[in-house]
Design a protein around this ligand. Sequence first.
Ligand code: C2E
Ligand code: CA
Length: 685
Amino acid sequence: MNILLVDPDASRRAELQEILRHGGHSVAEFADGASALAGLAEIRPDVVIAEAASREREGTDVFRKIRMSGPMTPPYLIAIGQLDAIASAESDSGAWDGDADDVLSHPIRAEEVTTRLLVARRTLERRHDEAAQIKRISRIPADSPHPIVELTSSGVLIHANLASIPLLETWGWVAGRPAPSALRHLAASARKQGKPKRAEIACGEQTYSFMAVGLDGGDVCLYGHNVSDLPALHPEPDTSRTSVVGHTTRDSLTGLPTQALLANRLGQALKHARITGTLVALVKVNIDNCADINDAYGHSVGDQLIILVGESLRDEVRVGDSVLRDNGDGFILVLQGIGSRETAGVTCSRFIRAAQQAGDDAGIGVRFTLSMGFALFPDDADSEQSLVERADQALAEAKNSGRNCWRDYPAAVGANPMIGAVRLLPRLMGALQTRQLHAQYQPIIAASTGAVAGFEALVRWHDQDLGWIPPDRFIPIAEARGLIAEVGRQMADMVFQQLAVWRKAGHLVTVSLNISKRQLWEPSFADAMHQLATERQLAPGWIIMEATERQSLLHDRACRDTLERLAAAGFRLSIDDFGSGHSTFDVVTDLPFHELKVNMSLSRKAQSPRGRHVVKAILGMCDTLGLESVAEGIEDATLGAILQEIGTDKLQGYFYSPPLSAEASLQFLQRHPRQPAPTPASAKG
Ligand code: C2E
Ligand code: CA
C-alpha cells in the first residue's frame, strides 16, 4: 500500500519506516502536517499514519483536512499514540474529533502495525466496492419510466435507474447491502434455468411484473413495469362460476393468487389429471410458529418472512403449477403431473431447504422452519374437497411430528390405518372416564455416578380395538378439545403415587411430568399440584415440571404466572425439547427454570466435532445460569460417553432404558447404584 507517515519524532519515524518497508509498503514520510498536506495530491496515499496525541498534534490537522477534501474513497487514517492520550488531547482542544479510523499504540510493535494495516486493507477494499457501486448507480440514464436494475451473479446490485429508486427504498435496500431478496431470487432463478424468467413482485401497495434476463458474465438485468391496475398477467379463468366473486383474488402482501382461486386451479388440475392419467399433489405449507416470530421480532419481519417464503415457493415450482396464499402464514401448492409419492416427498423437502436457503441469502436474521402436508389425487382422495381435507390432515401430522418436515396423508392416518379411520375423541373421553390411561417411566441417569437420578413419566393409552395409541396422536386432540387438564390430573395422581412408592423403597429419585401450555393456563393448576403433593407427603422439590418453549411460554402472561407460582411452591421447572426451532435462552433467564433438556437432534449433533462445540457451549451456558442439563434421545454408548465428557449432568434415552412400567421401574432401581442423598430442591450454581 501507499503510506503517508506524519510524525515529528524522527526515531519513531525511522522505526515505522523499517516495519512498513519490510511489509512491502511504499512510504512517504514527513515531520510536519503542512508539508504532508502539500504532498497529498501527488502521493495519493491509501493509508495515512500520523502522530495525534502530542502537543503539536500534527495528525489532527492532516486528518481533518483530508476528511474535508472529501474524496470518494478517502485514505484510511491511523493515529499514533495511546488511546487515553488521544482522548485527552481531544478533550483538551476538541480538536481531534475522532477523525481517525484506527489507533496505533505507542511504543510501536511490529505485529500491531501489521494487524492495523490488514484491517486497513480490508476496509479500503470495501470502501472501493461501495464507491464503485454508487458511481454506477449515479451513471444510469434516467430516461426509462420503468424500473431497470442489474445484479451480479452474487446478488449485488450494480445498476439501478431513477425509476427503480422508489422501489428500492420501499424494499428498504441500502447501498452496500445485497439487492432486495425478491429481485435476487428472480435473478437467480433466471440464471439457473438459463432463460428469461418473469414474476410479479409486490412493492408496498403496488405490484410490478419483472422480467429477468441473463447477461454475459453471470450478471442479470431485470426490467419491471407496474401492473397494479392491470388484469393479472395470466388472466384468471372465468371466475363467475366459482366462489371468487366478492373475494380478493390477489394477495396484497405476496402478490400471489389467494385461496379464493383454489377451487378453480385445483378443478383444472384434476380435470387435466383425469384425462392424462397423471397424479396431482395438493400441498399445504405452513410457516412454523409464525405468530411467535411476529411476537418476538415484530410484524414487519413476519411479513418479510411470508413474502420470502412465497417467492421461494414460486421460484421452485414448475411451469403450470400453482402457488396460492392460504391463511395468514400458509400457502397452498397444486403440483401437476407429479411422478410418484416419493417424488412429491422429495419435492417438499427441496421446497423446505430452498426457502431456508433463501432466508439465509436474504439475511432475514430469523431462523424459521416449514411444515408441509400433501395428499395425492387420485391415490389419496378423488375429489377436490377431500383432497384439501386430507392435505390438512397431513399438515397436522407434520406439525405433530415436531414440525420442519413433510407428511403425506397415509402417514397422517398412521401405520395403523384404523386410527385414522375412527374418530379418536369419543374414545379418548371414554378412556378418561374409565381411567384407562396409565404412565410409563423412563430412567434419567446421573452422568457423574451412573445412578438413577429420576424418571420421566410418559402417558400411555391402550385401546382395545386400536391397540397402542402414541401420545403424539392423542395429546394434540386432548389439547384442542379441552381434555388435557383431565389427562394431566390423572397423570399427576398416578405419578405422585409412584414417587411415594419409590421413596418408601428408599430410592431418592425425582419424577418429571410433561405439562401442556393449556394446563398452565388454568389458574388453579399450581395450587392443585401443591395440594396433591402435600396429600402424598411429597416435597415438591422432587417433582420436575417439563414445559416446552415450542408452546411459546415466554410471551404468555398466564403461563408465566403459573410457572412462577409452581417455582414458588418448590416444584422444579425444566425447559423441555431445547434445540427445536424456537429454543431460546431468554425463556430460561426470564423464568425460574432449574433444568434444561437438550433434545434428541441437538444431542446427536455432539457426534461431529463441530456439533460438539455447539452442544458444549450450550452446556456451558447452563452451567453459567445454574441450570442442570439433561441430554435426551441417547441410543448408543458412544454418544452417551461424548455427552458425559463434555459436561452433561444427566442422560436419558433408549441406550439406558426405554420407558418402563411401574413394576419394571422398581426393578431397574434395584439393579442400579443409588444416588447419593442430595437435598431435594437444590439447583446447580
Ligand atoms: P417428550 O417429552 O420429548 O418425551 C420423550 C419422547 O422420546 C418419548 O416419546 C420417549 O419415549 C421418546 N424417547 C425416549 N428416549 C428415546 C430415544 O433414545 N430415542 C427415541 N427415538 N425416542 C426416545 P413418547 O412417550 O411417545 O412421548 C412423546 C411426547 O408426548 C413427549 O415428548 C411429550 O411431549 C408428550 N407427552 C408424553 N406424555 C405426556 C403427558 O403425560 N402429558 C403431556 N402433556 N404430554 C405428554
Ligand atoms: Ca419431556
